[in-house]
Design a protein around this ligand. Sequence first.
Ligand SMILES: NC(=O)c1ccc[n+]([C@@H]2O[C@H](COP(=O)([O-])OP(=O)(O)OC[C@H]3O[C@@H](n4cnc5c(N)ncnc54)[C@H](O)[C@@H]3O)[C@@H](O)[C@H]2O)c1
Length: 256
Amino acid sequence: MKDFDVSALVTGGASGLGEATTRALAARGAAVTILDVQAGRGVALADELGGHTTFVPTDVTDEASVQAAIEDATGKDRPLRIAVNCAGIGWAGRTLGRDGTPHELAPFTRTVMVNLVGTFNVLRLAAAAMARTEPGEDGERGVIVNTASIAAYDGQIGQIAYAASKGGIVGMTLPAARDLAAVGVRVCTIAPGLVDTPLLAGLPEEARTSLAAGIPFPRRLGRPDDYAQLALAIIEQGYLNGEVVRMDAALRMAPR
Ligand SMILES: NC(=O)c1ccc[n+]([C@@H]2O[C@H](COP(=O)([O-])OP(=O)(O)OC[C@H]3O[C@@H](n4cnc5c(N)ncnc54)[C@H](O)[C@@H]3O)[C@@H](O)[C@H]2O)c1
């Protein structure tokens, strides 16, 4: 396999899917900038990987914060060609609670802000930096991989805020690819099913087993590395653009 002699950034890169992607990219020789709010884990990972991997404490919803991280990524001795958006948060709450209380507005707004607006913020600023690089093969200047969720399609009871935020990422994928065709930047999105990360590890073992039992095949939770491998495949497959790929072992979530 070819080495990635490029600079890359990974949001949410300190944990879970983002951490696995950071490790996979660094193993292939990319100079990775980790963008995350978790400074402890981010610094430890950058120290462990060494080389050209750096951590920049970043809130993806904040313009100046993301811009500073992009400057780190573009300040390395190779072009920024890869951006993987993994930063995200979950939230559970029904539109109307059992007692008729409406969903609070603040957590809905926050979830959309981090997951959807944060993804767009990084996408637009990374695309602007990629657009300033010399094009490579096929005129390509870069590739952006976003992370939605199968909740964008099969949102369960209590997932209204999360599903809305992820549906926005799915909806954004094709117009982003169309907009960025002019500068040779591809945009794809991965919609994972149930992947064993700190986000899911919060659930009791029993709940995790019962979730896995509903997965057709392979009959197990996804691994962060399954995601990282798919992200790398998208990066390497230069004809894939404007597409959302479900990575869910054929799982279709029931209402609850
Ligand atoms: N684990 C799953 O089963 C699963 C399924 C579908 C989609 N996803 C999505 O995959 C992505 C990664 O999830 P994960 O399971 O690896 O979770 P995780 O909690 O392990 O990692 C998410 C990372 O995002 C960071 N983050 C949160 N808010 C941020 C902000 N404002 N700015 C910068 N960083 C921020 C967190 O600090 C954390 O390191 C999320 O978008 C999640 O919605 C996960």
